[in-house]
Design a binder for this molecule. Structure first.
Ligand code: SF4
Ligand code: SF4
Length: 368
């Protein structure tokens, strides 16, 4: 394990740029932490911290010099791997036929700086969806194969986070190239850094930085452990699949549906949700047409419209489907639950609905 100061962290970012990576990291923008291109440590949101609760998000500026003292914001890394809107192909009339052009955009090499442990797990979950044998999404794979990940272990627990319950955090265990922990102890401010891949190891070696001392390692480990103990939410996953299947008619679904706006915010902010719709757009001359893929949500009424009718017309059916998929049937499809406990769906639900509360309410008064 190595130790970095701000200067060497900046050097790490510059090295990634020199290797041709577009460096993406957290930025403070419009009152939230978002992910965009960064040019160095100077762009990171120093001193910002967030306040989160069900249906509430506030960013506050403090005098602290910490660069990663906030939890996850409204965006996740899926916006780079699975863009909100993507042109799949276009067709241009040529005489009596059409010239078809498939989306052949040159894929960028991204370095993600500041990926939290829950988000690493979300990327690993989306890999199962988008790189599933013969059903591989070529756009996703082209980007995924070239990503460099600098993870940041959380030393502050968010009020809506429950990664500890889902075994997805707050410490990054795999899926990264380098993982850092930010430590502020007295006048000291440093990062411990461990490699998780050969690429990460090579980059850390090239920085010529010192090894972390046993004290530095211990302080970093204790800070992450403290975050785990102070986690804002919990979700008991014991037998959750059977519990949800057996409580299909539980009154919780009706009570929740009475509040839910079916706005789809929860699915848009969720780092594991992957549904999309495909739309064809033709210009007025009829000479040019394009096929686009865009994010969709199981909360949209049209989502469940098929030939012969709609099989989920009520909000109750749509909320129940979303939550049961995340915490039950996802496991049958992909061998893991579809929730990593990031808490975004709780924070960004305009009416403050809370997946951990619905699950606890069902468990407290099980019907069977
Ligand atoms: S649970 Fe909340 S965020 Fe999700 S659709 Fe309902 S109101 Fe919108
Ligand atoms: S369901 Fe909610 S808490 Fe779970 S991964 Fe999605 S947004 Fe995060």
């Amino acid at each position: 394990m190595k130790t970095l100061d701000k200067k060497s962290l900046d050097k790490l970012i510059q090295s990634l740029k020199n290797e041709g990576y577009v460096t993406i990291g957290p930025l403070q923008k419009n009152g939230a932490i978002v992910f965009e291109e960064i040019n160095g440590v100077k762009d990171l949101p120093a001193g910002y911290t967030d306040e989160q609760a069900a249906g509430k998000y506030r960013l506050n500026k403090t005098d602290s010099n910490l660069l990663f003292s906030y939890n996850v914001g409204p965006q996740s890394w899926k916006k780079f791997l699975f863009p909100t809107r993507l042109k799949l192909w276009s067709a241009q009339k040529n005489g009596k036929g059409f010239d078809i052009k498939h989306n052949g955009e040159a894929h960028k090499k991204f370095a993600f700086i500041g990926v939290r442990s829950c988000e690493l797990s979300a990327i690993l979950i989306q890999d199962k969806v988008f790189m599933n044998g013969s059903y591989t999404d070529s756009h996703y794979k082209a980007i995924r194969d070239n990503i460099f990940i600098v993870a940041v272990n959380c030393t502050k627990a968010g009020a809506t986070c429950f990664c500890a319950s889902m075994n997805t955090g707050p410490k990054a265990l795999n899926g990264f190239d380098i993982a850092i922990t930010e430590v502020s102890a007295g006048k000291e401010h440093y990062f411990t850094a461990e490699d998780g891949s050969a690429k990460g190891k090579k980059l850390l070696m090239a920085l010529e930085i010192p090894a972390a001392s046993p004290d530095q390692k211990k302080t970093a480990e204790e800070a992450v452990k403290a975050a785990s103990e102070k986690m804002g939410r919990k979700l008991n996953t014991q037998g959750i699949r059977e519990m949800l299947y057996k409580n299909f008619d539980h009154p919780v679904w009706e009570e929740t549906a009475a509040k839910c706006l079916s706005c789809a915010n929860c699915t848009l902010v969720c780092p594991t949700c992957f549904c999309s719709n495909v739309e064809d757009v033709t210009d007025l001359t009829g000479n040019h047409t394009e096929r686009w893929r865009e994010w969709d949500s199981c909360f949209n009424l049209e989502y469940s419209k098929v030939a012969g009718g709609n099989f989920r017309t009520s909000v109750k059916a749509r909320y129940r489907q979303w939550m049961t998929h995340k915490l039950a049937s996802w496991e049958e499809q992909f061998g893991t639950l579809g929730c990593v406990g990031c808490g975004r769906c709780i924070t960004w639900c305009p009416v403050g609905l809370d997946i951990t509360k619905q699950a606890a309410d069902i468990r407290a008064a099980q019907r069977v």
